[in-house]
Design a protein around this ligand. Sequence first.
Ligand code: 5CU
Length: 384
Amino acid sequence: AARLRPLLVDIHSHVYLPRYASLLRARKDVPRIFTRTNAAGAQEDRLVILTDEPTDQGRPVGPQYWDRQAKLQFMDQHGIDCSVISSANPWLDFLSASDAYETAQDLNRDLEEYCATSPAISSDVDPRGFKRLYGFGLLPLVPGISVDKIVDTVRQIEKLPHLRGIIIGTRGLGDGLDDDALDPVWEALEKARLVSFIHPHYGIGKEAWGKEQSHVLPLALGFPFETTIAITRMILAGVLDRHPNLRILLAHSGGVLPQLSSRLASCIAHDPVVASRLRHDARAYLGMLYYDAVAYGSAELAFVADVAKRGRSHLGITTASDDGTKRLLWGTDHPFFPPLEASEKWRSVVDNLDAIDGVETWNQSQKDAVRGGNAVDLFFADSE
Ligand code: 5CU
């Protein structure tokens, strides 16, 4: 059936579901939400989530973080047809093993409801009957939990029709995502064809930042470095060799892995033990991954697509249409990075759309694919 225009799909969009926000409100330690009286005498909610943040300051937080109507309004304001929503960091990392399982199950049901009861995309725009909201579920990945409970939660998510993946931090059960104990989880995710969205939270430690006290270095560098280290450890541990059909989506365009992959390949080539245990040249693994297009610059996006294409060719995939751009998917990081002053559109959104528009080597259909077509293929191919 005819489609009026290509869809704009946001695959990096967060929420603190009301149940989760209540959990944060009940806490005295980070992560927490607290209410204070501001200089004008009004009550305001503050969010404190980053490790090493003072516990009593935080940043303003409001309905943009939990209210579905506010999410849809933001989408309308920016012409976003559909969003694949994920819980924001730090997920369940601070819970005990006994609380994490029940809370994950509850939040997954909440997110299913949040998405299932969202409006459909107008059939004037796209006749396939897609909803405007889909989601990434949560796994109870905390130290001390039984892996069976995590696999059980993968099965729960698989059965919830509007959840199409999971969002996952980098800690795993406390020993990272290269922990052999997680193998049954990767196996279950691979079989279920759920997308695993790897997202940072911890950065790389405040001692790296010297006298700079702001959030700039932890967010601009710490977050992407954390993701880079997590996925590189998975590669080195053979997770992608054992589970080549995992659908892994990396936050922030894969951090610095695209830039460092040849150096990684060279270091492996000079280490006979590591070289003999990996199935591919390190650069090949970059062709197995998906990357959000949340890099804020055309040069960076073009580079990531080139590196993904090179990875595909290392894997022996040289189809003309498999040109690397297929591995990139646009996102906003909403509700983080709101504008500092009232404005019609958010700069963080416009910058990433402009970055796609500005890639000189991409044609219109490649740009449309990054803006939404690739997301439809990755998340909804089975529902068409
Ligand atoms: O601004 C921030 O702290 C964040 C965050 O915590 N998580 C995220 O996804 N984006 C920005």
